[in-house]
Design a protein around this ligand. Structure first.
Ligand code: LMR
Length: 331
């Protein structure tokens, strides 16, 4: 008889419901803006897999890529309000709340990704930057690399500083990035990542700077004609949670999540550069650009000579101590 069956089922399921309550699943929403086939996109997915495995399913990570959930400008507020529990905005975007974080935006500040990693690991730079996040209920858990940015433009190739004159470039929301373009008489336009493709397509802007993985995965090379491999600036991410959420987790869960995060960070460190290189190969294979130019040493020096003014302009805002600590790493 049907009704008996239902009764039996209900009884059977009661203890199961009880257990489920005690062991309630903790949901972590992780919002980001890039495609999945990028260093950050892959890292977010890897973190999800490891976090769920190490916590035996007690934690469920929901990853929202491609600005599906939040845009660049809203995500930190969403973390503060616990609407999402993890985000990995670029350090440039963190500078909207914490101006010192713009230190990674200075032109030609870092020779390679290893120097950025050394900066993040130093007490004077990384230690200081991570500490200040707690002033606004945030907590920095890790730093993930993407890599170095390249320049693209529709109108003509970019060789010398003069070639930037009057051209409109999209920038992330960072004063130092605006200043970088102003130093070469270009017009910077801050804009969320999700709007860049259509702004380029419609000619609202003529150019942009980004890593090869972001350029390829968002098809910027299809709506631009020239790219200069300049490696002029670094792009990386602060993996950020909210202080209260993270410290309110059961200790064993937090430890397992940290372990998942550490392994993911190690993976990004070892693979970010490779992914960007593969994306350059794909851009070349696509053959949509008229020219890919590799900045010569003389041209690079000419860019440095002009862009250097940014360091003086932002010394007060970022702090001479931070700037000097970065310069010392380079010298
Ligand atoms: C951008 O806005 O260009 C980047 O921050 C996107 C990203 O997160 O890599």
């Amino acid at each position: 008889d049907k009704s008996e069956d239902v009764d039996t089922n209900t009884k059977d399921s009661e203890p199961a419901t009880e257990t489920l309550k005690k062991e309630e699943v903790i949901v972590i929403k992780f919002s980001h803006v890039v495609a999945e086939d990028t260093p950050k996109g892959q890292a977010a997915n890897m973190f999800k897999e490891l976090a769920e495995k190490y916590t035996d399913g007690r934690v469920e990570v929901e990853v929202f890529p491609n600005s599906q959930l939040y845009n660049d400008d809203d995500v930190l507020a969403a973390v503060q309000q616990n609407n999402v529990q993890l985000a990995a905005p670029s350090t440039s975007k963190v500078s909207k709340l914490f101006p010192q974080w713009t230190i990674f935006d200075f032109p030609f500040a870092f020779e390679d990704v290893a120097s950025v990693q050394a900066a993040m690991e130093s007490e004077e730079i990384g230690g200081k930057l991570f500490k200040m996040l707690t002033d606004q209920d945030l907590l920095g858990l890790a730093m993930w690399d993407n890599g170095f940015k390249q320049m693209t433009l529709d109108d003509h190739p970019l060789y010398m500083p003069e070639d930037f004159e009057g051209q409109q470039f999209r920038v992330m929301s960072s004063k130092v990035l605006e200043a970088q373009f102003e130093s070469v008489d270009a017009v910077p336009t801050p804009m969320p990542f999700s709007e860049v493709y259509s702004a380029l397509e419609q000619g609202v802007i003529n150019g942009q700077e980004n890593t090869l993985s972001n350029i390829y995965s968002k098809k910027f090379h299809e709506v631009q004609r020239y790219m200069t491999i300049s490696n002029h600036g670094y792009l990386g991410y602060a993996v950020i949670t909210n202080d209260k959420f993270w410290n309110g987790l059961p200790d064993n869960i937090r430890e397992q999540l940290q372990k998942a995060l550490n392994e993911t960070t190690q993976w990004v460190r070892e693979n970010g550069e490779r992914l960007n290189q593969e994306n350059l190969d794909k851009i070349i294979a696509d053959d949509m650009l008229e020219e890919i130019h590799y900045l010569t040493n003389e041209q690079k020096q000419a860019w440095i000579d002009v862009m250097n003014v940014v360091y003086e302009e932002y010394e007060d805002e970022v702090g001479a101590d931070l700037i000097n600590a970065v310069k010392e790493l380079r010298d």
